[in-house]
Design a protein around this ligand. Structure first.
Ligand code: 13P
Length: 261
């Protein structure tokens, strides 16, 4: 399946929220709300426990499904972990890797992110690779260095053909769940940097096809101004993706911004 930055890409990371009935109810409503919104690519990223039922509920829908994490091994004695073939099996197309909450609370490093990206490709999953700086790093003027390091280490040993298929999500840590959003200028600066860095290291084709999402307190009210920016191709939404109406509204705003850019 091909995904493109010609249309906005709107993904909802539910984090550790929703039981199975809540998850199914949400995606049924989202499916109804998204009818006719062909201009947006929708992805929901429920907790592991709800993946199977969400996949069943979306069988007839263009809405795609992703998981929030996985292990890099194909199988093994890794209590509590989930492997790529299991995610494929349950109907996932995408997997989020290196989310800042995984890096911050669960010891995720760029090295493990790199292993996981390779494992995702080996099993036909599309990685959504998260990167972003802390408030302290931003205050110290280290945003670009941090993002550059995460990209370089995360993409180690991957060729241009693979890098082309990765979805990047720039999520400044200080904007996640805080209600603080990067301004469109702040976000564009980093997105522009990511694209030019990809061009420099992996060629213009990789850079021009890259899908680069913004994440961090995205809501219907700020989507339009963020998505109007040249290098912002979509959103990775947390809190506002938990309700079908706000998530669909974000997609509507994104489509409008795309039509006008
Ligand atoms: P919020 O939209 O709740 O700030 O979360 C962003 C995020 O972490 C998405 O992965």
């Amino acid at each position: 399946m091909n995904f493109t930055n010609k249309n906005p890409f709107i993904a909802g990371n539910w984090k550790m929220f929703k039981t199975i009935p809540e998850a199914v109810d949400m995606v049924q409503k989202l499916h109804e709300a998204s009818v006719g919104m062909d201009g947006a690519q929708f992805v929901v990223i429920p907790p592991f426990t709800a993946l199977s039922e969400v996949a069943r509920a979306l069988q007839e829908s263009p809405i795609q499904i992703g998981a929030q994490n996985m292990h890099w091994e194909e199988q093994g004695a890794f209590t509590g972990e989930v492997a790529a073939p299991m995610l494929k099996d349950v109907g996932c197309t995408f997997v989020v890797l290196g989310h800042s909450e995984r890096r911050q609370f669960f010891g995720e490093t760029s090295e493990t992110v790199n292993k996981k990206i390779k494992a995702a490709f080996a099993h036909g999953l599309v990685p959504i690779m998260c990167i972003g700086e802390s408030l302290e790093e931003r205050k110290n003027g280290n945003t670009i260095t941090k993002v550059q390091t995460q990209i370089t280490e995360g993409l180690e040993e991957l060729d241009a053909e693979k890098i082309c298929q990765i979805i990047f999500a720039y999520e400044p840590i200080w904007a996640i769940g805080t209600g603080l959003t990067a301004t469109p200028d702040q976000a564009q600066e980093v997105h522009g940097f990511i694209r030019s860095s990809l061009a420099e290291k992996h060629g213009n084709t990789v850079a021009s096809c890259a899908i680069i999402l913004y994440g961090g307190s995205v809501k219907p009210e700020n989507t339009y101004s963020l998505l109007k920016e040249k290098d912002i191709n979509g959103a990775l939404v947390g809190g506002a993706s938990l309700k079908a109406d706000s998530f669909a509204e974000i997609a509507r705003e994104a489509i409008k911004a795309y039509e006008e850019k």
